[in-house]
Design a protein around this ligand. Structure first.
Ligand code: APR
Length: 232
């Protein structure tokens, strides 16, 4: 049965009230990436970085999944083949919307990571500088989020899924950050049909067989209904 692989970005959570990065007024117009989303920034000023992620963690905790998140969960439930959701997002809205086995390639706000021993645990609402790791006790706790210059998580698994994809969809991502922006090329190499669902054309829109523009809460449910209707 056809395997569907879906990549999501900040745009799928925009209508849940979570900011995107590169849209007008987005997170990268309010903060410098090198200060809040790099290992060097964390060493330079861990308090600033914890403050950035504490605010995003609190906002994500208040956010609710939207019709797009719920539609992807419906697709996972009702599609006869496998549906794999790979997200660049660090919010938990896919799971809150009913999705399962979501691959968080950029980590999640809900988890903390020890920079010294690699231990992971559920992050407290507010992380503070010098917080000791529950496993090794060293003051090396950081958000379990992948920063620029770090390797995204579970890439081997993701490439294996892309190699088996019959359908690949990119939803709510500007296609400006690699390796995620190149997933469409992996999918094309596997012979998959590719579709972009975005508010406006992404940087990689020309690589897709098809592109549908509009808010995710409209385009994603319509796309899912069509897919499920088509398989009869
Ligand atoms: N519905 C659909 N798409 C939307 C909506 C919406 N309501 N609102 C915005 N978008 C689209 C924008 O048009 C844009 O193409 O979502 C995309 C968001 O792009 P970015 O802000 O660049 O976010 P993303 O692509 O997820 O960024 C990738 O960059 O900074 C890193 O680690 C961070 O995971 C992030 C990665």
């Amino acid at each position: 049965m056809e395997k569907i692989v879906i990549l999501t970005g900040a745009g799928i959570s925009a209508e849940s009230g979570l900011g995107t990065f590169r849209d007008e007024g987005g997170l990268w117009s309010q903060h410098r990436i090198e200060d809040v989303a790099t290992p060097e920034g964390f060493v330079r000023n861990p308090g600033l970085v914890h403050g950035f992620y504490n605010a995003r963690r609190a906002q994500a905790a208040r956010a609710r999944p939207n019709a797009a998140h719920r539609a992807l969960a419906r697709l996972q439930r009702d599609w006869p083949g496998e549906v794999v959701i790979v997200t660049q997002n660090v919010d938990g809205l896919h799971e809150a919307g009913g999705a399962e086995a979501v691959i968080h390639m950029h980590g999640t706000l809900a988890r903390a990571l020890c920079g010294a021993c690699g231990h992971r645990w559920d992050a407290p609402e507010e992380m503070a500088v010098g917080e000791p790791c529950p496993a090794c006790d060293r003051p090396a706790a950081r958000p379990d989020v992948v920063w620029f210059g770090e390797m995204p998580y579970r890439m081997d698994e993701i490439y294996d899924h892309l190699a088996e994809a019959s359908v690949f969809a990119a939803i709510g991502t500007s296609g400006q950050v690699y390796p995620a922006a190149a997933f469409v090329h992996e999918a094309i190499a596997s012979g998959a049909r590719t579709v972009e669902l975005n508010l406006e054309p992404s940087m990689s829109v020309s690589s897709f067989d098809e592109a549908r523009f509009g808010p995710a809460t409209e385009t994603v449910p319509a796309w899912v209904t069509e897919l499920l209707g088509r398989q009869g």
